[in-house]
Write a protein that binds this ligand. Structure first.
Ligand SMILES: NC(=O)c1ccc[n+]([C@@H]2O[C@H](COP(=O)([O-])OP(=O)(O)OC[C@H]3O[C@@H](n4cnc5c(N)ncnc54)[C@H](OP(=O)(O)O)[C@@H]3O)[C@@H](O)[C@H]2O)c1
Length: 219
């Protein structure tokens, strides 16, 4: 078997913790990092030796795939801060461009026709590659639906760079899901909150591969 790309999860809140936990369940090693090493050390104690705590710079340096499990505005800042280190890396963006509204719900913080995926693609550090994935389900479903039997649940993804499909699909499978590529970043809006394929949008649930094929034409 060929060696798989090294993955780092940066940001160990709701989504980052579930992604790192799923990868360990999928027997894939993962570098974990947050703003403080203490958070990464703590999670590593729970997950065991497959989860290696590092500081952010070391995590970026050692990994080929960087899952940025932080908020949309924080990703924009992160791109500026680590532009040099991110050259040549595959960046995974699960972000949803939302913030709490005044009524106890959420509102979109960019124009309704815009997607965080397309905005981040336009700000991408030179030489980096971007995929929108792992943000289509809430953290609870991302955990609960992982490694579902007998038919796995789908994770849709979008990227403008078809050369990274294999890495992204391995990452999705090792998270316990079935990958379905929708196409380029112009499809990202469909898998962000309020989109027609999001758990908190028109779709409203997880789907299996057969169900997904009724909805989309995988690319
Ligand atoms: N929660 C969901 O159900 C859900 C579903 C789909 C997609 N998403 C998306 O996933 C992303 C993460 O959401 P979340 O709910 O996991 O957020 P969260 O629980 O607030 O966790 C974010 C984590 O990232 C850390 N962090 C923030 N900025 C950082 C930086 N520059 N470098 C390193 N670590 C940093 C935070 O540390 P501090 O505690 O020190 O701030 C925190 O540990 C967001 O883009 C969100 O839109 C979330």
């Amino acid at each position: 078997m060929t060696q798989k790309s090294k993955v780092a999860v940066i940001g160990l809140g709701n989504i980052g913790t579930v992604v790192a936990t799923n990868l360990v369940k999928g027997n894939r090693s993962v570098i974990i990092a947050d703003r403080t090493i203490e958070k990464a050390n703590e999670l590593s104690k729970k997950l065991g030796t497959l989860a290696q705590p590092k500081d952010i710079s070391a995590a970026i340096k050692e990994a080929d795939i960087i899952v940025l499990a932080i908020y949309f505005d924080a990703i924009k800042e992160f791109f500026r801060t680590y532009a040099a280190e991110l050259q040549g890396k595959i960046i995974v963006d699960p972000s949803n461009p939302i913030a709490p509204d005044e009524k106890g719900g959420f509102k979109k913080i960019i124009d309704k026709d815009q997607s965080s995926g397309q905005i981040l693609a336009s700000l991408l550090p030179k030489g980096a590659k971007l995929a929108k994935v792992l943000g289509t389900l809430g953290a609870a479903s991302l955990s609960k639906a992982a490694f579902q039997q007998p038919d796995k649940a789908v994770q849709f993804y979008a990227t403008d760079d078809g050369s990274i499909n294999t890495e992204i699909e391995d990452l999705i499978r090792d998270n316990g899901f079935e990958p379905v590529r929708l196409g380029g970043m112009n499809q990202s809006i469909r898998i962000e909150v309020f989109g027609d394929l999001h758990e908190f949008g028109a779709l409203g649930k997880t789907v299996t591969l057969n169900e997904a094929k009724q909805l989309v034409q995988p690319q």
